[in-house]
Design a protein. Sequence first.
Length: 238
Amino acid sequence: MEKDIIAGLLGEWSEGNGVWAIVFKVLVAITFSAIIGNERARKRHAAGLRTFMLVSLGAVVSGISDSALISSGAVSFPVISAAFIVGIAIISCNAILYSSKNQLKGLTTSICLWVSGVISAVLGFGMYTLFLAGAITLVLTLMIFPRLETRFKDRSNHFEVHLELESRNSLRDFLEAVRKFGIKVNDIEINPAYANTGLGVYSLILTVEDPELKKKTHGEIIEIISSLECVHFIEKIS
């Protein structure tokens, strides 16, 4: 097996499962997870600093354990790591919820938990270079790409909104008004969570057809729609 580049730079102490190698791997995994967890916590996601640190700790320990077991010949494949990663995948899936506005919540954080576990498990096996590449990619994906994604999505001709009308009887007036703006309503879904409020609450998928409106951002289009008398509240669904 080809020697890991970073392990070669660190020295022989970083290879195998010696005391200092174990301590170093655990500290690096916790530091990495603290960065990811802090980013999620600042955005007020359910899984924050402690959750990510615990997941990475468990993953790196499982990787170290499997590495030792495979080296001793006790097992031929990473049993503990595989079970741990599957467990994290199940826990992460259970953390994905729908809000009262039909918005999918927790998907990115759940995937981050799982990826952090996989990356930390890789570190446990002593694959420092692969760990570093994965960690840097994950951090950049969370901290830089959301801005680009938001910019591209905000210029799309298709987007979804949460709409609250003053009355359920106002839906026809609303549809006629947005049609005159040059906006097509592709799909309408009634939100039952607001059944007893007297409001008409819907999730709508809109398509911008007017050439002038296509030059505007989604925020500007929503501001135009919100000026209608029948609209009580409207916001874009992420």
